[in-house]
Design a protein around this ligand. Sequence first.
Ligand code: HEC
Length: 252
Amino acid sequence: MTVKTFFIGLIASFALPWLAVVAVPYATMRAVEIPQYDLAKDGKEGAYSPVKSGFVEHGSSIYGAEGCAQCHSQLARPTYAGNDLGRPDLAGIAKDPELGDTRRESQLWDYAGEPYAWIGETRMGPDLSNYGRRMDVRAAYENKALADELGIKVDQLTQDQKFDVQKAVYLHLYDPRSENVNSICPSNKCFFETKTVYGQGARNALPGVSEVGKQVIPSSKAETLASYLLGLRRDGAVPNSMDFARNKKSSK
Ligand code: HEC
């Protein structure tokens, strides 16, 4: 091997990966255009701007710092890279009782306001991109089941009888095995404080986990993380160009 071929090889082995891993992604991602509504198909015009709720930025930093993204994805891959839309409820809900078929591919704006897009490293746990909406559907289901059991209507249930989404998330963070005995989701008891009960006790105390005279209360870290998790939704109306179900709708 001559010195010249050695150097050409050396430069090529750095330049080609740089081109593929840095230059091409940079060139494509900096030119991404905001999706627009189409007057003919969507009935309105303008740019798509999803609304997010909860402690997005702070919650996302805690989520990252705790390593949640090592086991949980937040990504429905583009269909050419793997068919995630076919997985039930991963990228939206196939049979959402109110919204119909909300499955769609993830896109850049889903991670708006977060310091980092936690697309995830493995799928050891369920995908969390639509967790907030899934919990809403679960609450509706649990409330209906309880109302049917008691032989009353859902709106006749008292506040205490209704499924409390927030508390369900706290319970999961405190002890994932309280719901699923085989769960390998790590418990985050350090996000909670055990305090003595005075009077009626705290409104947000976790039910059924503390000894007599004590109560377990979520710290601000648990509150922020739960708010972030419940804000993870892929249920908003999207422009027709991003809608997975558009072909089915237009053929109706
Ligand atoms: C070791 C891998 C692992 C890590 C790290 C992990 N989880 Fe999990 N998680 C799981 C598995 C597996 C499940 C499914 C079993 C269950 O429901 O408990 C799960 C379930 C969940 C669920 C319920 C999902 C659903 O659809 O019902 C939530 C919420 C959750 N994890 C949040 C978190 C948060 C927040 C963190 C970081 C603090 C985290 N997980 C870290 C493995 C992990």
